[in-house]
Design a protein around this ligand. Structure first.
Ligand SMILES: Cc1ncc(COP(=O)(O)O)c(C=O)c1O
Length: 393
């Protein structure tokens, strides 16, 4: 039986933001439009509660067959900022379409950023966020580059927490996946001449997910792209602007149609050094030396990358952040990718100029060891000596 306090405790924090302080007010103010939303309200009615079973705590999802597709959840978060540059108090609201002027800055000039992080469900039912402050900081850095104001780190983390709690029934059972949380910051105000938008919107939505690649946890096959560039010096490759992503679709689609899992990009100046994959960072292992390309403005500084560097050093690997010539792949023993969505994904082969290079994969690899430790921390199964986990309930 689900205890009343359990379910209500999860919903009430999302009411605490703004002026909503009671369940009845909650129902009135939010004007339920979706069936999912009204069933969540019902979940807090004592009469409904008493007959609810443990399983009702979960949304009706086939948890064993989750992939990485959008599955809309009950709620999203929205917070606006006008020309004074300050974000007003945000609110959790039923998930749905948003209205934008055709002349919104984001639609016309691509003034937008996104983030991605995950909430895991621990065995005891509480939810765990992994280093949400790092996503908040990265959004602030990106916002500065894109001439947008950003929520404070505290506002960002609170908003993520509220979104996760409001959608808690969509967080998969332990071991079945996670709730992928997608914060967005967009120039939502109307503008005609090229300039920053006069209004900005911070939004968060979420979707339950499991493996990112269709390969599941099987090793990836990467294709080294030497025609299209992902980023250029002085550009925006180092931030998570929405404008970095549509341009890689061409190369990604071409690689996928040839049977590859993803694309590995080279630096745009010499086409010589490894940069990163479409949505993740890359690591190369030889002996005890674990190398990853330096983030100098063209590569996203991944939260997972940073965490794997720390864990690897603590395990005794010599970690080098440096330029890695593509030829070095010939000598590499292991290659793997890191990212919130992909976690730590083993690379079985990389194809460069029609030459296929293969790497060690399987249970006895450094990749597997690092995956186990990282995911163990993220799921609350391994003690978090780093202080990375934010437990919410
Ligand atoms: C281009 C790119 N590189 C790397 C990453 C990995 O970053 P993180 O580990 O913070 O998810 C991502 C995903 O966010 C990405 O889009």
């Amino acid at each position: 039986m689900v205890s009343r306090s359990l379910v209500c405790r999860r919903i009430v924090p999302s009411l605490g933001n703004g002026s909503r302080s009671s369940l009845s007010k909650f129902g009135r103010c939010w004007g339920y439009t979706s069936q999912a939303a009204s069933s969540l309200l019902q979940a807090c009615e004592p009469s409904v509660y008493s007959t609810r079973k443990e399983e009702d705590e979960y949304a009706d999802v086939d948890w064993d067959n989750l992939g990485f597709g959008l599955m809309p959840t009950d709620y999203m978060y929205q917070m606006k900022c006008g020309q004074n540059g300050t974000f007003e108090r945000g609110q959790v609201k039923p998930y749905g379409n948003i209205e934008l002027s055709p002349s919104a800055g984001v639609l016309n000039y691509g003034q937008g950023l996104f983030e991605g992080l995950k909430a895991y469900r621990k065995e005891n039912g509480s939810l765990l966020l992994f280093r949400p402050d790092q996503n908040a900081i990265r959004m602030k850095v990106g916002a500065d580059r894109m001439c947008m104001p950003a929520p404070s780190v505290e506002q960002f983390v609170d908003a993520v927490r509220e979104t996760a709690l409001a959608n808690s029934r969509w967080v998969p059972p332990p071991g079945k996946g996670s709730l992928y949380i997608r914060p967005l910051l967009i120039g939502s105000g109307p503008i005609l001449g090229l300039a920053p938008a006069p209004e900005f919107t911070f939004l968060i939505y979420a979707s339950p997910v499991s493996n990112y690649f269709k390969e599941g946890t099987a090793p990836l096959s990467l294709y080294v792209e030497d025609e299209f560039d992902r980023a250029s010096r002085g550009g925006t490759g180092g931030i998570k602007t929405i404008t970095n992503y549509a341009p890689v679709l061409k190369a990604l689609g071409r690689a996928k149609s040839r049977g590859f899992s993803d694309v590995l990009y080279l630096d745009s100046v010499d086409k010589k050094n490894l940069e990163e994959v479409s949505s993740c960072n890359i690591f190369v292992l030889k002996g005890n030396v674990l190398s990853t390309p330096t983030t100098k403005g063209t590569i996203l500084s991944g939260v997972t990358r940073k965490s794997i560097i720390q864990i690897s050093r603590d395990l005794g690997y010599q970690v080098e952040e440096r330029a890695i010539p593509v030829e070095e792949l010939m000598e590499a023993e292991e290659v793997f990718c890191t990212g919130t969505a992909v976690v730590v994904a083993s690379v079985g082969s990389i194809t460069y100029k029609d030459k296929r290079i293969e790497f060690r994969t399987g249970a006895q690899t450094a990749c597997q060891r690092l995956y186990d430790i990282l995911v163990g921390i993220q799921m609350g199964q391994i003690k978090d000596k780093y202080g990375w986990i934010v437990e919410i309930n």
